[in-house]
Design a protein around this ligand. Sequence first.
Ligand code: SF4
Length: 336
Amino acid sequence: MDTYRLLQMGAAYAQSLSSFHLNGKPRPFSASFAITNKCNLRCTYCDLPNIKAPELNLEQMDVLFRKLKKMGVLRLGIFGGEPMVRKDLGEIIKLAKKRGFFVSLNSNMLLYDRYKDVLDPVDYFFVSIDGTAEKHAINRGKQSYEKILEATRDLVKRKKKVTAISVVTDPDKSMADYMVDLAVREKIDVHFQPECYDSMCAGRTAPDDLEHEATRDFWLYLLEKKKQGAPITSSTGYLKFISQWHNYKQTSVYDAEHRCMAGSGFISIDPSGIAYPCIFTQGNFEGVDLMKYNWEDKFDGKTPCTTCIVGPLLEYNLLFKKPIRSTIEALGKAVY
Ligand code: SF4
């Protein structure tokens, strides 16, 4: 990210932060937008492909993007489902860039060959890789692992920033070592996120035999590896927070002592333009239709839960709760 964009991002974040602390109107600086719930995979921990939602067309998206811009959003995360199942992905990316967003794209990369020529304007890529080919297939179904690696290599060759998103379904340290070695070899970063349970978008509830101490030990292991210089994008605050979590069977809790930044600093939008504080709150929060209403007029700052270990959302919350340290780490990576 060039210095000008970095400064712009810093300014948008500072506005969000001050609005939050001064109890002003919500002013999210980041939005995640699922352009489709459809997916070419059926991962064990994700139920999004089973949630039917009409999709916005390009014209409607332009209305949405202008609204987001006016709201103060600068970073737009395009995800799904699988964004590459939308034939107009190239147009969507072009439009998002035209409206001036820093654009990231989350993808399983299986359809990369079909879209590689239209991906150039994307600023940052998140590639799903859960571990070895065998582990990846257990979590995400049988597919071409080699294709994912080839796509990743091509992006790196084209000087694109790539982070592998690795969903942690069990505390297997050998898998963490494998992912770190892969990241070093492929010249990318890796972000580890715990599997989430009990939400409309999650695929399942926690297994009865989930091992708490082994899970805690796993996250401490990652923290140690990061301190030793492993290319782990997850921040130290994030890894520490997860290693101290009280109950790994519970992904989020409501605690009146805490206040969550979801909705105030960042929002999540479904394919039909309905916004939620975060993706995890779909199903227990009445969404706001951004094609009809303004988020800042409808959102009262209250979230159904106030503290969680949901991958990127925890990183966002730390950005607002421990601004100095988290900002230095996140802006250094310019990811979140
Ligand atoms: S604590 Fe906040 S970010 Fe986490 S799931 Fe709840 S509303 Fe979303």
